[in-house]
Design a protein around this ligand. Structure first.
Ligand code: SF4
Length: 206
């Protein structure tokens, strides 16, 4: 079974609780106005990989980075729910947690047969489309106030009362060729300001 992906990070601490493998799938049918990652909308721009290949990378990261789970982001994970459901099952069998985002609502996903396995393996689901007029970064990992946290298992239930005390953060990676990649949650203005700082421009040119 295959997935079209945008990219993955073997270990991040800003895309969910603890240290996590994070997978950005490629392709999103929702296309929210103001989406921060419109380059993930078209499936044409992605790389096709098998579920087994991805699971090998997750296992490798578990050994090297002691990750506690995997996060599925997008793009829209539930546009590829069947293949992700298979991967999520493998992740759970390995004793790791699963967190998934969706621009669709949980109430709708529950009625989709294709989404059944992925939902069954998801510990924490964050649902709802990004809404520009409801911009709100006061809760971790989400960009607008309409988005909801569904604790589908007890794994992250403890977070329910702590959400407002968890800050959003970003990670910046600079590769040897000077390519800069950023992940995590910040406003477009904050990112623009960061990349306008002259010191950062120097780093980018290394
Ligand atoms: S669901 Fe997510 S990836 Fe898709 S358009 Fe909305 S914010 Fe962007």
């Amino acid at each position: 079974m295959k997935l079209v992906i945008h990219r993955y990070l073997p270990c991040t601490t800003v895309e969910g609780p603890g240290r996590r493998f994070c997978l950005w799938v490629q392709g999103c049918s929702i296309r929210c106005e103001g989406c921060g990652v419109p380059w993930t909308w078209s499936k044409q721009n992605g790389n096709t990989v098998t579920v087994e290949e991805l699971f090998r990378e997750i296992e490798k990261s578990r050994k090297e980075n002691d990750i506690e789970g995997v996060t599925f982001l997008g793009g829209e994970p539930f546009d590829q729910a069947e293949a992700l459901g298979k991967l999520a099952g493998m992740v759970k069998n390995a004793g790791l947690t699963v967190m998934s985002f969706s621009g669709y609502l949980y109430e709708d996903l529950k009625h989709r047969a294709q989404a059944r396995d992925l939902l069954a393996c998801t510990d924490l689901l964050i649902d709802g489309p990004f809404k520009k007029d409801k911009l709100d970064l006061s809760r971790p990992w989400v960009g607008s106030s309409n988005q909801r946290f569904h604790f589908l298992t007890s794994a992250y239930k403890y977070l329910e009362s702590e959400l407002s005390s968890i800050s959003n953060k970003i990670e910046i990676r600079i590769s040897k060729d000077g390519t800069v990649s950023v992940n995590g949650m910040a406003t477009q203005e904050a990112l623009k300001e960061l990349f306008d700082v002259s010191e950062f421009k120097k780093i980018k040119s290394i």
